[in-house]
Write a protein that binds this ligand. Structure first.
Ligand code: SF4
Length: 328
């Protein structure tokens, strides 16, 4: 029997939580080709795509859509979505340094539980949650192992497919070209990359670079930490909340010092010589960090507006080639 499906768009919504309720919290990342057009004034291209994906999903019979308050743009997309009773807005705390936001995150998971149950899910049992967490954890370990042998776009596509399946199963890996073995190491960071944006990763590799880290919002940076097995027995919900809310570094968090700590650690570990910052047009968060990152990163940075228009690729190509020339 097909499980009830809910569309979601945030790495802070644990797919394990859906599995424990007998539903799929599927993260959508493939807008139809017809949706590719010039940015709308004042609207983040990703938030608009999320709205359009959710509209199509609900119209096709999806059980519901889950948005978060990570930024005003996503909040606005949730407000514009109808019917409102099939939309859940998850209050995602921005602060994290005191115990209160962690408690709030856990309470929001329980509120989401009620929404899932009303829309066709079943009440969760701790054993089911722990079993789902073990399954997803194992799958994520295997997935990360594939990073070493995959081209950057292939690995990014695998991550998107894993999030879209949302059942803890791994997508098939098609036969693929080998990962580049030589060339300057480039870290890619910034906002989300949808399926249609993965040309950017190919462009870096075709221009002679090696993508050594995908720290975008849809890359490995936003995977939860691995679960502690002992805590899966004692308090699986607490462990789930901590692995996600307590550990995913993101630009909207206040302070967002963990994002910088993550980048410091990973850029050094992967020996990145340059960085590409991907900014969805009209994303104030990433735009605000661009200058700070330029002064802070230990390597040159190319900042790219991820515009979905005809000139976007040419501008990106020019910036990436200039970056690679600088660091080669
Ligand atoms: S890219 Fe920026 S503006 Fe767009 S949804 Fe993400 S945080 Fe919000």
């Amino acid at each position: 029997m097909d499980l009830p499906e809910f569309a979601c768009f945030s790495p802070f919504i644990p797919a394990e939580w859906g599995a424990a309720h007998g539903v799929r919290l599927t993260r959508l990342a493939r807008p139809p080709a017809a949706a590719q057009r010039a940015p709308r004034e004042g609207r983040c291209t990703y938030a608009v795509s999320a709205l359009e994906l959710a509209q199509g999903f609900l119209a096709a019979g999806g059980a519901g859509a889950v948005f978060t308050t990570s930024c005003d743009q996503m909040r606005r997309s949730a407000e514009l979505l109808a019917p409102a009773e099939r939309v859940f807005l998850f209050n995602l705390p921005h602060t994290w340094e005191t115990p209160l936001p962690h408690r709030l995150f856990r309470q929001e998971l329980l509120r989401l539980s009620g929404f899932l149950c009303r829309a066709g899910g079943r009440a969760f049992a701790e054993e089911d949650l722990a079993a789902a967490m073990r399954r997803f954890d194992g799958a994520r370990r295997e997935l990360l192992a594939r990073r070493e042998t995959s081209r950057a776009a292939t690995f990014a596509r695998l991550l998107l497919a894993f999030h879209e399946r949302a059942d803890g199963s791994l997508p098939e890996t098609a036969a693929q070209e080998a990962r580049p073995a030589r060339g300057p190491g480039v870290a890619v960071l910034g906002g989300p990359l949808l399926e249609r944006d993965l040309w950017l990763l190919d462009l870096i590799e075709e221009s002679g670079g090696r993508v050594v880290l995908n720290a975008t919002d849809t890359g490995e940076r936003t995977l939860p930490r691995f679960f502690e097995r002992s805590r899966l027995v004692a308090d699986p919900l607490g462990e789930l909340a901590d692995a996600y809310f307590g550990h995913i570094p993101d630009v909207f968090r206040r302070p967002n010092s963990e994002l910088f700590r993550y980048l410091e650690r990973e850029l050094s570990a992967r020996a990145a010589q340059g960085a590409v910052l991907v900014m969805p047009v009209w994303c104030d968060f990433w735009r605000a960090e661009a200058e700070r990152l330029r002064g802070w990163l230990p390597c040159p940075l190319a900042a790219i507006d991820l515009a979905d228009d005809a000139n976007g690729r040419q501008r990106a190509r020019t910036r990436i080639q200039a970056l690679l020339e600088t660091i080669s």
